[in-house]
Design a protein around this ligand. Structure first.
Ligand code: NAD
Ligand code: ZN
Length: 383
């Protein structure tokens, strides 16, 4: 049994991103012990989300060298001072968004963005701005979203750790800790999709397909999937898409015209799950006058601006951004895990590939080529 308040640094392997867009290198690193309000986690598996790719390409908050990865499942190795409710051996997921349960946001049903340990997009632990990672030469390594799960061990704030029943399968827990939780949550918590609604989902990656499942769970009757990759039609239908639109195969008609026509006036809910400003405009413009609601989930560049025609916006339509699909991680991830285990949600097919940490660059290639949904990266697969 590992000492719970182990004061010692841990030497382990991690995939380090040394420069924008370059292959990650597997390195020996040192992970500090957890400070107060922190938990050190032995990562069992992590998966690659498009958000990792966006940071890898340095489109947002570019700092290197850094350890990417923010979708993961693991076991508590040790806890720092003032950590309550967690002990070595607990099965957990780290999350990029925290939940303190006490602040104005956490106690409100209208927000999932905790104010007590604020979410920041840049590097550094959220309470003191410092890092817990060092390379073999003793130089600091930056984190990603204060999670950094492409490492055998990581340190995460107690606000950002969700305890899960050990019966929850590791791969499922991993998916729910970002992409799948975001997608299902966007339909369930952010949009609050109503039974019988018409929905459009732009981008059928894991986030979009999880939106599809969330919309289906909420009783949507028409779910239009939109993607440039023709292979996404079949996979989309297997998740619950009822109609598929490929914007590159519409001749001189626009995706907006086509969706407005298919729905007799526009969709009730539209979700952008890509991160492209022009697609965000399309997602808004295909919603129904008077009530349509657009949920923006895609992460673009820092400087991206979205164009929303002002007159069209006046027609009672609503646009909202959504972090983590509006879910409160500690409250909602266990609920979503149960819904999956009860087969109310079918997310297993999001896992299309499984690799070891040493092969992590292949996971990037597969996602960039549109050949995978989620690739699970097992920390001990190579041993
Ligand atoms: P992904 O790469 O697996 O999927 C993106 C899909 O969009 C692909 O199927 C691709 O073919 C399609 N696509 C790309 N450009 C397109 C276009 N112009 N028109 C139509 N389809 C297009 O990505 P993912 O992991 O599902 O993530 C999706 C987005 O969600 C990313 O921007 C990611 O950063 C973001 N994200 C946001 C949150 C949040 O909290 N808001 C959480 C997780 C991920
Ligand atoms: Zn809070």
């Amino acid at each position: 049994m590992v000492e719970e308040r182990s004061p010692k640094p841990i030497h382990c392997k991690a995939a380090v991103c040394r420069a924008a867009g370059e292959p990650l290198t597997i390195e020996d690193i040192v992970v500090d012990p957890p400070k107060a309000y922190e938990i050190r986690i032995r990562v069992i598996c992590s998966s690659l989300c498009h958000t990792d790719v966006t940071f890898w390409k340095a489109k947002v908050a570019p700092v290197f060298p850094r350890i990417l990865g923010h979708e993961a499942y693991g076991v508590v190795e040790s806890v720092g001072e003032n950590v309550e409710g967690f002990a070595a051996g607990d099965t957990v997921v780290p999350t990029f968004l925290g939940q303190c349960d006490h602040c104005g946001s956490c106690t409100s049903e209208h927000s999932n963005v905790c104010d007590s340990v604020p979410f920041i997009i840049g590097p550094g632990m959220r309470r003191d701005g410092t890092t817990r990672f060092w390379d073999a030469q003793g130089n600091p390594l930056h984190d990603l979203l204060a999670v950094s799960s492409f490492s055998e061990y990581t340190v995460v704030d107690v606000n950002q750790v969700v305890k899960l029943d050990p019966a929850v399968p590791p791969k499922l827990a991993c998916l729910l800790s970002c992409g799948a939780g975001t997608g299902v949550g966007a339909a369930w918590r952010s949009a609050k999709v109503e039974p019988g609604s018409a929905v459009a989902v732009f981008g059928l990656g894991s986030v979009g397909l999880a939106v599809v499942q969330g919309a289906k769970m909420c009783g949507a009757s028409k779910i239009i999937g939109v993607d440039l990759n023709p292979d996404k039609e079949e996979v989309g239908r297997s998740f619950g898409v009822t109609d598929f639109v490929n914007p590159s195969q519409l001749g001189n008609r626009s995706v907006i015209e086509v969706i407005v026509e298919m729905t007799g006036g526009g969709v009730d809910y539209s979700f952008e799950c890509i991160g492209v400003p022009s697609v965000m405009t399309d997602a808004f413009r295909c919603t129904k006058m008077g009530k349509g609601k657009t949920i923006m989930l895609g992460l673009g560049r820092d400087s991206d601006e979205v164009c929303l025609p002002s007159l069209e916006l006046l027609f009672g339509r609503c646009v909202m951004g959504s972090l983590f699909g509006g879910i409160k991680p500690k409250t909602d991830i266990p609920i979503l895990a149960k819904k999956c285990m009860d087969k109310e949600l079918q997310l297993d097919a999001l896992v299309t590939h499984e690799l070891g940490l040493q092969e992590i660059n292949t996971a990037f290639d597969l996602l960039l080529q549109g050949k995978c949904l989620r690739c699970i990266i097992w920390m001990d697969k190579d041993k």
